[in-house]
Write a protein that binds this ligand. Structure first.
Ligand SMILES: NC(=O)c1ccc[n+]([C@@H]2O[C@H](COP(=O)([O-])OP(=O)(O)OC[C@H]3O[C@@H](n4cnc5c(N)ncnc54)[C@H](O)[C@@H]3O)[C@@H](O)[C@H]2O)c1
Ligand SMILES: N[C@H](CO)Cc1c[nH]c[nH+]1
Length: 441
């Protein structure tokens, strides 16, 4: 068995402890450099560049300018290619995701009377055009369609389009098409990676320009979003997947090891740590890993072995549950499982995590595919300032103010005092008696 990292927090220096929280995304210099010419090619050559990159990078030999957009016939064909059980699971997931996200939809407008006769509030409108990035490098992700499309449809974004890499057959994964149609999005372009971000940022002959792009992706996608942030809103940072399993002494280490492998199998650049103060949990987890690896496909086993033996994964022995919770907050994970028979005891101690799953029956898999909360989550400590993708990511807010004749005198007097203090004459004039004179004429 390869040497799985086992770190004892007690014996680490401050720098060594901090190194455990580092993600692969921390240094994107390699990708930023390679991505720049791709963006420029799409900006200047449009569809020609998209077809060339699709053929070169996605091996989609049959890709042409004419079939860059998924046709009605391809959607129809997809329903015949996907197993009924998969369609049923997609419908089940979408039902729960919709039910969860409908709760997030704010009232279109609210106004509060902040002083007699003076009203202030907010109005929400959908962003007019948003692109949804759906990855397909190391696997296909109908669940990402479910997670991005449903909140966008609930927010009533009028112009929605999906960008996703074509497979070598030049087609979009069939279950991805099924999920898109069930969720209510029918514009899909066969373009992925950095070129997809450039296509929706600049627009091409076929791909319509969008104001925002959301959805997770590989470092190629993350790098392109960073470089194009002045041209398109890149949304929350969602890069390589990561998780922490926080386990106390009430649970089986085998169970903890099983869930540790969930996000570790995404790719060699994923991050995954089991953190526990229990030596028993550590040794049970180490014992369980070979059998669990034996139940995985070769590729996924390799990815997760790389993670657990490399720089961004393994098992951490903490001094206590307090120490373990502190480490979780320093790490600020994308997904967190609190694996305990009394998970609510620790919930209050966790302040930095994008998704917190409680107990022994809520593995990340259930949240990724079926439960309802959004599984497109900020990575690389994005949890410190962002939340999961939500309906509000598809809305923009304007504030509304309305002062009546009755509310005016108090408002004007106070505004004038501060305008004069700040030295703004026109601001002050606009709330002086001159206004009342003008209003009379
Ligand atoms: N944070 C989240 O919510 C979340 C959810 C799901 C997946 N993910 C992450 O998304 C990522 C998906 O990555 P993926 O690779 O499977 O799919 P992807 O679609 O993001 O990346 C594949 C694309 O990258 C481009 N690419 C590949 N090699 C390239 C090269 N040498 N030069 C230029 N471009 C190149 C190609 O265009 C290809 O289509 C994973 O890291 C996964 O962990 C994150
Ligand atoms: N774990 C991903 C978010 O990091 C979501 C996902 C979808 N399918 C598999 N995983």
């Amino acid at each position: 068995m390869p040497d799985v990292n086992v770190k004892h927090l007690k014996s680490l220096s401050r720098d060594e402890r901090s190194a455990l929280t580092r993600r692969s995304e921390a240094d994107l210099s390699f990708f930023l450099e390679k991505v720049e010419p791709i963006l420029e090619a799409v900006r200047s050559q449009g569809d020609d560049a998209l077809v060339r990159f699709g053929r070169e990078l996605d091996k989609a030999d049959g890709l042409t300018k004419e079939n860059l957009k998924v046709s009605e016939a391809e959607f129809d064909e997809a329903f015949g290619l996907v197993d009924d059980k998969v369609i049923e699971a997609i419908r089940f997931g979408i039902g729960n995701i919709r039910s969860f996200h409908e709760e997030q939809l704010p009232e279109p407008m609210w106004l509060k009377e902040v002083q007699p006769g003076a009203f202030a509030g907010d109005r929400f409108l959908p962003i007019t055009s948003v692109a949804l990035y759906v990855p397909r490098g190391k696997g296909s992700f109908p669940s990402v369609i479910m997670m991005t499309s449903v909140p966008a449809v609930v927010a009533k974004v009028p112009d929605l389009a999906i960008v996703t890499p074509p497979g070598p057959d030049g087609k979009v994964d069939a279950a991805t098409l099924v999920a898109a149609r069930i969720a209510g999005v029918e514009t899909i372009y066969k373009v992925g990676g950095a070129q997809a971000v450039a296509a929706v940022a600049y627009g091409t002959e076929t791909v319509k320009k969008a104001r925002k792009i959301v959805g997770p992706g590989s470092p190629w996608v993350v790098a392109a979003k960073r470089l194009l942030a002045g041209i398109i809103d890149p949304g929350l940072p969602a890069g390589p997947s990561e998780c922490v399993i926080l386990a106390d002494d009430t649970v089986s280490g085998r169970l903890a090891a099983m869930d540790l492998l969930i996000e570790a199998e995404h790719g060699p650049d994923s991050s995954a740590w089991l953190v526990t103060p229990s030596e028993r949990v550590v040794s049970e987890a180490l014992d369980a890993l070979p059998e669990l690896w034996g139940r995985m496909t070769e590729a996924r086993m390799e990815f997760s072995r790389n993670v657990l033996t490399g720089n961004s994964g393994g098992i951490i022995l903490a001094e206590s549950m307090d120490d373990a919770c502190n480490f979780v907050n320093e790490y600020a994970p994308e997904h967190l499982e609190i694996m305990s028979t009394r998970p609510f005891d620790y919930l209050g101690d966790i302040t930095e995590a994008s998704e917190i799953l409680l107990g022994t029956h809520t593995p990340v898999s259930i949240a990724n595919f079926a439960l309802g909360p959004n599984a497109v989550l900020p990575t690389s400590k994005g949890a410190n300032t962002y939340g999961p993708l939500s309906v509000t990511d598809f809305l923009r807010r304007s504030s509304i103010g309305y002062v009546t004749e009755k509310g005016y005198p108090d408002m004007a007097r106070n505004a004038r005092t501060l305008a004069e203090y700040e030295g703004f004459s026109s601001h002050a004039n606009a709330v002086s008696d001159l206004r009342l004179d003008y209003l009379k004429r």
